[in-house]
Design a protein around this ligand. Sequence first.
Ligand code: CA
Length: 245
Amino acid sequence: MATAVVHYTAAAVSDRGRKRTSNEDAFGFSVEHGVFLVCDGMGGAAAGEIASALAVDEMLRLLTSRAEAVPLVQAALEAVLVANEAILSQSQHNQNLRGMGTTAVGLLVEERHVMALNIGDSRCYLMRNGKLLQLTEDHSFVDEQVRLGHMTREQAQRSNFRSMITRALGTQSQVQPDLFELEAELGDLFLLCSDGLTRELSDSVIESLLGVDLSLEDLCASLVSAANKAGGHDNITCVLVRAEL
Ligand code: CA
């Protein structure tokens, strides 16, 4: 059983939410290449949409064309570098796009070897044996205050600064993603999501919604619907990836 080959299935939903007029989130994945991405763009006018779409396109292009011999870590760092340069270059050449940027959260899988990467406050969670675990750490002002012990989780949730991120793709010449590696177990369910989900739903609510025996498509739909019922203040994007036999 322990050596059984793992396969992955995936589903995704992205929703504008109930308050925003556009959707600045983007997602993309290739089950065949084991690449799954969610990006949440920011910037005036349509710039946020452009930044997140560009990040997904560039990272997906790099990661799906990588040579097999290239280690995941190296492939991830290179994809982030190329996406960062692509966004930065567009924002430097077009006045209307100046200052645009995006978060990025990704899951890369090679059989049981799993790597999550993130920049900003989009998250990767792992649901294993009915328990939800956040794999990534937000690069946000409030999360850093919580880690430093200057703010409680509850204060962070209510803070006016909660959307202030401290790291983004495309806003500076250098950006470093955080990388988290682990071994997948059969039945593992990974969730990649934008903050439009986690701002509306607590981890315990997400855990109970993911504990229901539904298809991945229906689970995505139920998360998005719950976030909309809770207010839908922001764009909501979920990608679910399950490790199966
Ligand atoms: Ca957002």
